[in-house]
Design a protein. Sequence first.
Length: 372
Amino acid sequence: MITIKEAKTKKELTDFIKFSFELYKNNPYWVPPLINDELEGFDKDKNPAFENAEAKFYLAYRDGKIVGKTAAIINWQEVNQQGKKKVRFGWFDVIDDIEVTKALLEKVYEYGREKGMDHAEGPMGFSNLDKVGVLTEGFDQIGTMITWYNYPYYKEHFEKLGMTIEKEYHESVFSFFDVDPAPFQKASTLIKKRYNLRAVSFSSSKEVMPYVDKMFDLFNKTYEKLSSFVAISNIQKEYFKKKYVGLINPEYIKFVEDEKGNIIAFTIVMPSFSEALIKAKGRLFPFGFIHLLKARKNSKEVVFYLIGIDPEYQNKGVTAIIFDEYYKVFIKNNVQTCIRTPELEDNYAMHNLWKNFNPKIHKRRKTYKKEL
């Protein structure tokens, strides 16, 4: 018999997190999160996502043993501003038993109906800055700290239970050694001169901080028309400043300004922390932070995390400036591989940015929907 219980206490939420460690303990491609980091994300007093959202965390038990988990989330900003009566589900992990998947999803649907929602979609987090999608291809590729990994049977469970594909994403990788810098170096000089633009680079996290609020304002402006976009609030800006900016090598944060000092483009690239997190085994101490610090400075693999360009400049070649700046720092730091995080399959404008880098799609993922 399968029993579903809501995780409320710190111990129960820790069990919720640690179930994934047990499920993937022999899998070399799963990248474990930091346990305390996950706990903070589930704490309504610490995570500003709860300013506009609420969530339940469910554990599935059989014979007293945890066999699955999921979070059910309602983002009221999405519901009230976009009119999408959606209950999200995320942090979904389960053994290969479709009955467990069914029991967990039914609990999500029940919660959604109680709150007046008319459909469910997932896996996805609180907002657009959270992880998204169930992996459907690329199970033999190591994950990143900003994506979920899962076994192939997840997709089979969802489809057998009558869920339909809602969104499709892909991730790609390219070798830095295959990049020919000449075209974007030439274009960068021309674009800067034509539009009176300049690149802004940093050598310390302290230098970055004054720009972060403007960056998120541009992020909101850039992505506001995308499906299910939820704007980043002022409180969330402060949270992300404290939580993430210090993790990123400041050399990997680039902005482009116009002649009046307005930010018209930004990009955040993160060193790959995958190997470091695997070594850390979910904990910063006693040695996890050392692995992360080494990766921050020395990783030969980088992840393109966020890129935003003011709509007014999206067809004016501004990315040439960004790529030119990254080429310089990647050469200096001996970066060898570049990874692109999940992008919607139909986001053709974004895909077009990378066409000259010969990217290879190495993972695909989907979100699934169920009418309630």
